[in-house]
Design a protein around this ligand. Structure first.
Ligand code: IMP
Ligand code: MG
Length: 166
């Protein structure tokens, strides 16, 4: 079942881009893509930002197996940028239990960026933490598409759909 259409995603990403552009005028920004889930979101968002002040970087972590969090975060690949004097924006696909977020905040803060903000495409609203930029708030369902997977599949769906196991 489709929860968020491709059109709605496009419009919302443009809006978020406008908001971030206004908030960071003239400042050096590093968008940190958390692989693999936020790759589509980050690349779409990046193209809405100022090309003379925006850098991109990637890191990879893992925590999920199937539809259940393993509860343990593994850092598979780290970013390579020096964040000193730069404004980091961690770009996440979805905030669920907040465990990943917690790890990311500590990890990126230890690299001493000028500032750190979080931008998540989706938020299941289960945690009491203010996310700086959110694409959509969604119900507590397992979703797929636009980067989000079930066991590695469905990431390339252009919409967000609720996943029902057959
Ligand atoms: P958290 O650490 O529980 O907040 O989970 C965050 C990570 O779990 C996300 O970056 C996703 O990779 C994955 N995840 C959480 N909920 C979903 C979902 O509904 N569909 C697909 N992946 C999910
Ligand atoms: Mg993820």
């Amino acid at each position: 079942m489709i929860l968020i259409t491709e059109d709605k995603i496009k419009n919302r990403v443009k809006e978020l881009g406008r908001e971030i552009r206004n908030d960071y005028k003239g400042k050096q920004v590093v968008l940190i893509c958390v692989l693999k889930g936020s790759v589509f979101f980050m690349t779409d968002l990046a193209r809405e930002l100022d090309e003379t002040t925006t850098e991109i970087d990637f890191m990879q972590i893992s925590s999920y197996k199937g539809t259940e969090s393993t509860g343990k975060i593994n850092l598979i690949n780290d970013i390579t940028s020096d964040l000193k004097g730069k404004n980091a924006i961690v770009v996440e696909d979805i905030i669920d239990t907040g465990l990943t977020l917690d790890f990311l905040i500590n990890h990126i803060n230890s690299k001493k960026p000028e500032s750190l903000k979080i931008c998540s495409f989706l938020n299941k609203n289960k945690i009491n933490y203010k996310i700086d930029y959110t694409g959509f708030e969604i119900p507590n369902e397992f979703v797929i598409g636009y980067g989000l997977d079930f066991d590695g599949k469905y990431r390339n769906l252009p919409n967000i759909s609720i996943f029902k196991q057959k």
